[in-house]
Design a protein around this ligand. Structure first.
Ligand code: MN
Length: 447
């Protein structure tokens, strides 16, 4: 850890110092925003500080970043985070240190900084947040053994966990083009759905629309095709974390996924949160990896390291909230569906990244890898409705008297994520939310 994690450090941006702020000066997550002014509305890199966004292009043009490597200054002027992601820790770390110095209240130059940075601060409420990177590839894993076991139990009660699970991190290649940023509507998908009466499948709107509570992580510097990433080098290839909702149509999934796995049941939409929290900001919240019980096999050597066993976990609390259209109309607060923690993942983010590249597959800056549904050991930490309602059987009651087995049109799902540790300032990942909208009529096509 370093002075940017100092719990005493406060910002002259007052909202950053409020207890419960997701974005204190110890966080400094990156995103891409668009300002409302027509003269300056091109996509711009920004850093969240309290309820404000610091415009990185503005800072670099104003000469406030000249102490940094030239490549880092240039990357701050880009329209996506990909160039910065490609540069690695040698550039990320000095940039974070410089931004922390510019924003801290007790810096000797603070009055000057405040004056110089003033024109480059924008209230978050006025900005539109865009996709933070060009995401060339998206991969979704299945790293929670609790999720894998709960789901397995629904469909194979006699044999819930398949024998490969404890050896190989399971994943599939997802769809990058349909990744949305928090706040965008999610249209209920149409697809082939099997009836229960043995009739042939029909093409209709999904009736089993679900969310999956996940964490995504962005690849920083990639690896060359044919070259792997050693487990102890994995951290150098990870830029940061976001919340991720892997929307899933369970009825479409049940029929189409044999034998090749997820396809149209997942590819219609994936929502990510607006800000990427860097691995450096998460440093105080690292802990040991999942403690495998003695009867479990140890990871194969290429997925095993002393450091990853000791500090590969992340202590990140994850919550899911639902608010229906009727709850909004009647002023009802959202209900919490679950609360869990990323520390319960069976595989660490380093193991997932190393495994992905282990066959020589080249990862690229801006590629997105996701954890899989991050369920924990307790009933209250189940990360999707498939698990919570046991495939729609045990419905959840809402304060309006409504019931939910799966999601209805108008339902809003919001994820929240935050890290806490005594002696440190709590940081947040912000929110990841989306409202379900009505499906198209079957047969409707783009002109
Ligand atoms: Mn998933």
């Amino acid at each position: 850890m370093n002075p940017t994690h100092d719990p005493e450090r406060q910002s002259w941006v007052a909202s950053a110092n409020r207890p419960g702020s997701a974005f204190p000066i110890q966080n400094l997550p990156f995103g891409v925003f668009q300002a409302p002014h027509p003269s300056a509305n091109q996509p711009t890199l920004g850093v969240a500080i309290g309820d404000q966004i610091l415009d990185l292009r503005g800072c670099s043009v104003a000469g406030l970043l000249t102490s940094l490597p030239a490549a880092a200054v240039a990357a701050c002027g880009a329209r996506t985070l990909n160039p910065l992601m490609a540069l690695g820790q040698e550039c990320w770390s000095p940039l974070r240190a410089r931004l922390s110095d510019l924003l801290r209240a007790d810096h000797p130059g603070a009055p000057g900084h405040q004056q110089a940075l003033g024109p480059h601060l924008l209230p978050m409420a006025e900005a539109t947040m865009l996709k933070p990177a060009v995401i060339g590839n998206y991969t979704d894993f299945y790293a929670s053994i609790y999720h894998a076991t709960n789901v397995g139990r629904l469909f194979r009660p006699e044999n819930p966990l398949l024998p490969n699970y404890k050896y190989v991190p399971i994943g599939y290649h997802g769809r990058a083009s349909s990744i949305l940023v928090s706040g965008a509507g999610v249209k209920r998908p149409l697809g082939q759905i099997l009836s229960t009466d043995g009739a042939p499948p029909r093409f209709a709107a999904s009736q089993k629309l679900d969310y999956e509570l996940e964490v995504g992580f962005f690849v920083g510097p990639g690896n060359r095709l044919g070259e792997a990433i050693a487990i102890d080098r994995a951290a150098a290839h990870i830029f940061g974390l976001c919340l991720l909702n892997d929307w899933s149509a369970r009825d479409i999934q049940a029929w189409e996924s044999q034998p090749l796995g997820p396809f149209l049941a997942k590819s219609f939409a994936t929502t990510i949160s607006r800000w990427i929290v860097t691995m450096e900001a998460l440093e105080p919240f690292r802990l040991s990896a999942f403690a495998r019980p003695p009867q479990d096999p140890p990871p194969l050597p290429y997925l095993d390291s002393e450091h990853d066993r000791h500090a590969g976990g992340i202590d990140l609390t994850l919550e899911v909230y639902l608010r229906s259209a009727r709850m909004r109309e009647t002023g009802s607060k959202a209900v919490r569906l679950s609360r869990g923690n990323l520390r319960h993942l069976y595989w660490t983010v380093a193991q997932l990244l190393t495994h992905h590249a282990s066959n020589g597959c080249n990862l690229l800056p801006g590629d997105l890898l996701a954890s899989g549904t991050a369920s924990g050991p307790r009933d209250e930490s189940r990360g999707c409705l498939l698990e919570i309602t046991r495939n729609g059987l045990d419905r959840v009651s809402l304060p309006t008297g409504e019931w939910r087995g799966f999601l209805e049109d108008g339902d809003e799902i919001t994820f929240r994520g935050y890290c806490e540790r005594p002696g440190f300032v709590s940081i947040g990942l912000g929110e990841c939310s989306g409202i379900i909208t009505e499906s198209s009529q079957p047969g409707a096509v783009s002109p």
